[in-house]
Design a protein around this ligand. Structure first.
Ligand code: ZN
Length: 186
C-alpha cells in the first residue's frame, strides 16, 4: 500500500499553462487587460506601464512655448502684412507653414512646445493620440467650454492637474489622454 506522502513526492508543481492575461491596479484593485497602461476605473498608471507622467513644470513650459511660437509667428506675419508689395503673400505662407507644422505635430500626439520639451499625449493603451483627439477633444471642445464660461473652464482645466492624482487636466479627461515623457523608443 502506498502512503500518500510517497505519492506527494512525485507531484510536480502545476505547470504554467497560461501566461498572465490581466493585471491588477495597485490603487483600486481593478483587473485590467495587459495592454492597458492606465487603469480602466481610476486612471492610475499600471505597474506594467513603461511611461513616466509629465511634471506640472514641463507641461506649463510646453504651453508657454506653444504660445510663444504662435505669438512670434503671428507678429512676424503682421509685419510682412503691413509691409505691402509681396508682404501679404509672405505672411500667408508663414501662417500656412505654421499651421502645417502644427498639424504634423498634432498627428503625432504632440504640439510644437510638447515636442521641444520631450512630452507626448498617449491613450490608455500607451499609443500616441492622433489628430482628432489632439485637435477636437484636447483643444476645440475645451476652448468652446472656456468661451461659454467666460474663461472659467479654461483656468479650472489647467489648475486641475495640480490636485489630480494622475496630474491630468480636465481636457486630458475629456480626451481620455495622459501626458507622459517621451521614452527612448520615441
Ligand atoms: Zn485602478
Amino acid at each position: 500500500m502506498t502512503a500518500w506522502s510517497e505519492l506527494a513526492m512525485y507531484q510536480q508543481p502545476a505547470p504554467q499553462l497560461f501566461a498572465p492575461t490581466a493585471q491588477t491596479c495597485a490603487r483600486c484593485g481593478r483587473m485590467n487587460p495587459l495592454d492597458r497602461q492606465f487603469c480602466i476605473d481610476c486612471s492610475a498608471m499600471l505597474a506594467r506601464s513603461e511611461h513616466t507622467l509629465a511634471g506640472i513644470g514641463g507641461r506649463l513650459g510646453a504651453n508657454l512655448l506653444d504660445g510663444l511660437i504662435a505669438g512670434v509667428t503671428g507678429a512676424i506675419a503682421l509685419l510682412f502684412l503691413a509691409a505691402g508689395d509681396a508682404g501679404p503673400l509672405v505672411a500667408a505662407m508663414l501662417i500656412l507653414g505654421y499651421l502645417a507644422g502644427v498639424l504634423v505635430f498634432l498627428s503625432r500626439g504632440q504640439t510644437p512646445g510638447k515636442a521641444a520639451i520631450g512630452l507626448v499625449c498617449v491613450r490608455p493603451d500607451g499609443t500616441r493620440a492622433g489628430f482628432p483627439t489632439m485637435f477636437f477633444a484636447r483643444y476645440l471642445i475645451p476652448a468652446l467650454l472656456s468661451s461659454i464660461t467666460l474663461g472659467i473652464f479654461g483656468i479650472l482645466d489647467l489648475l486641475w492637474a495640480l490636485w489630480d492624482k494622475d496630474r491630468r487636466t480636465l481636457h486630458d479627461k475629456i480626451a481620455g489622454t495622459f501626458v507622459v515623457r517621451m521614452g527612448a523608443s520615441d
